[in-house]
Design a protein around this ligand. Sequence first.
Ligand SMILES: NC(=O)c1ccc[n+]([C@@H]2O[C@H](COP(=O)([O-])OP(=O)(O)OC[C@H]3O[C@@H](n4cnc5c(N)ncnc54)[C@H](OP(=O)(O)O)[C@@H]3O)[C@@H](O)[C@H]2O)c1
Length: 281
Amino acid sequence: MKITNFEGRTAYITGGSSGIGLAIAKQLASRGAGVIIFSRQADLLKSAIREIENCRVSEGQRFSYMQVDVSQYEMTEKVLSNAVSEFGSPDILINSAGIAYPQKFEDTPYEKFDDILKVNLYGTWNTIHCLLPYLKQKKGYIVNTSSIAGFIGVFGMTSYSASKFAIIGFSEALRSELKSYGVTVSVLCPPDVDTPMLEKSNMIKPAEAKALSSTADIMTPEAVASFLVKAMSREDFLLIPNVSGKFTHLLKRLLPGLTERIIDSKIKSVQKNLKTANKKI
Ligand SMILES: NC(=O)c1ccc[n+]([C@@H]2O[C@H](COP(=O)([O-])OP(=O)(O)OC[C@H]3O[C@@H](n4cnc5c(N)ncnc54)[C@H](OP(=O)(O)O)[C@@H]3O)[C@@H](O)[C@H]2O)c1
């Protein structure tokens, strides 16, 4: 279902207590939607819901939050079923909950890989699986969150890229299955966005990944959210909010060999500079 008017709609947003999810929650609230946000930490949820409430445009809008770890299926099922009883079924489901822990494959313990896949991929599967009957009834709209790292394998991001490539494949297959029910599926692929996740990631990224991202665009969460609400009126599947991200996607599809060579040469030059710097010390 194309959404041009958000008034009277109910949106469930995982990861709505921070960053991109919070910015989307505020955009939808300012356009008349009721918003329920879901994540783990109660203090973040409480302060986020106050910000969302400040965007209210009508008395009838309902805002609330619920604590859940989306990587846990049984907990997610219980919490979402309580949410439906209390606030009604969602017209919109935004899956923005996610984690990143950039490090080289050879430094990554199994537990970190497992955590990233469980939150980013299984978390998305879990919420959709629990809410699908309601989304079918409402002919709803599902937005899953991938990344530019969901179509370009990024140095230092083997676990994260694996989860975000999987989100695109999962969403593409799901889009095809749900079309006949009138349920729309889109996948959002932002570049680097100025959020707590990026700040934490930048502190631990390998030098090569830092050098690559230093030349890339950084968007604000608000700009990503404005792009998304406009894009939802067009029902496009792949939602890339920035021009260089769109160009990278095209280049990778049309000239994959050239894309690899460009990335390899950037990494080689960073590694050469690092070696020279280490020799000087
Ligand atoms: N920032 C970027 O550069 C960037 C770029 C491309 C794509 N993305 C994607 O965009 C999405 C949002 O990222 P962000 O940058 O906005 O990150 P963020 O500011 O760190 O927000 C992440 C949100 O997810 C929640 N969350 C994390 N683990 C969870 C779990 N197990 N269960 C429920 N909620 C959980 C967090 O709250 P709690 O910790 O309290 O649970 C928080 O609300 C992610 O999927 C990310 O991969 C981000």
